[in-house]
Design a protein around this ligand. Structure first.
Ligand SMILES: [Zn+2]
Length: 75
């Protein structure tokens, strides 16, 4: 592994952390679910530390994507 690969790995991890932080900020007075409301997959313990988590990160991302699309309307 050279420096470029290593830097990329770090950047990927940072992106993931930033994404999880971003996705965590909602419904913050409800307790988190253990299983995703959409796909029933177990939500990662790290993600459940934040209150109000109802979806696994994949479903949350899809959900936000759909919200974005519905806000923008059809192309
Ligand atoms: Zn899910």
């Amino acid at each position: 592994m050279d420096d470029a690969d290593r830097a990329k790995g770090i950047a990927d991890q940072a992106d993931q952390d930033a994404l999880e932080d971003h996705l965590s900020r909602s419904n913050s007075n409800q307790p988190s679910r253990i299983h995703c409301i959409d796909c029933e997959e177990e939500i990662s313990p790290r993600r459940r530390e934040t209150k109000g988590v109802t979806r696994c990160i994949n479903c949350q991302r899809d959900f936000e994507q759909r919200q974005l699309l519905s806000n923008w309307g059809p192309p």
